[in-house]
Design a protein around this ligand. Sequence first.
Ligand code: ATP
Ligand code: MG
Length: 363
Amino acid sequence: MTTPSLLILAGDGIGPEVMAEVRRVIGWFGDKRGLTFDVTEDLVGGAAYDAHGTPLTDETMAKAQSVDAVLLGAVGGPKYDALDFSVKPERGLLRLRKEMDLFANLRPAQCFDALADFSSLKKDVVAGLDIMIVRELTSGIYFGEPRGIITEGNERVGINTQRYTESEIERVARNAFELAMKRGKKLCSMEKANVMESGVLWREVVTRVGADYPEVELSHMYADAGAMQLCRWPKQFDVIVTDNLFGDLLSDAAAMLTGSLGMLPSASLGAPMENGRPKAMYEPVHGSAPDIAGQGKANPIACVLSFAMALRYSFDLGDEADRLESAVSAVLEKGVRTADLLGEEGVTPVSTTGMGDAILAAL
Ligand code: ATP
Ligand code: MG
């Protein structure tokens, strides 16, 4: 087997700080587990703009297309706020997503027992929670035509169009079913087929794809009812698949079930490559956090867990992903906390490196 390849784009703000801890974790897997990765590093976002005058060079884009997985830190910061839209750091990220055609955005909402008190919900509602939201990322109302603000008679009208083709629905549905097969074999599809044509087609196509996965228990829910159920008893779900707009809202809501932004990983997946695995980019949900950048305060767990997702989905190393996630869980059980996770009085926070040390020790 060829050595799996990984492109690291640490980016801006706390991106390089949290990525430094992931690099140590990767080193641990090499030293202790004999798992070597062909790691290359490059610039993205403001860092790339400073060096090359563009937030993503063509060379970096080509590298991203050729590796097994991309791991990204974060992009942006106040230094770049005044830049022209065409060279803003965020454009680097959007270009990666678009050109790699990463149509399925996976956002786990997982609640570590040690942090269950931290949720906005009651402890028994969230303790042990482990669900996955699959959001369609490249189509739907954020992209549909016609769009714009037009004048009709004597008033202006804002227009967006929700539009889904069968193949767009089918590919994200297939992705979600495959995921459900690897998890609890339960998939809930959310749309509003009661009031939207795209929802009617969505439900029809998901049901049809489901015929290929008889082992997966498929259910359908209107997205508004889904939002309510997600807050009432989230543990009823395993995998949820939904469109771009509803997924945007539902995944942010689900994130808050679990506590801090500093804990949340994500994966964006595209079509299968020659090796059968999807094109993929992994990144923490949080941004560059300019308010704490350079202070060694950032929580590296979201980025570490993003690497765990890469182990699972790009490198077929599910056992090693479990190992890493268990180490994170053990560290939290021991009471190790970065500043963003502090609730209780009298706990002294550890630094970014301190959290990395604790994770390595737990491994
Ligand atoms: P973006 O526009 O890139 O999403 P943002 O300003 O919306 O950025 P973040 O950069 O994620 O959001 O920061 C939001 C808040 O959460 C900030 O106060 C930040 O310090 C905090 N935060 C984000 N990530 C972390 C982390 N890994 N560790 C600790 N605090 C974090
Ligand atoms: Mg934000």
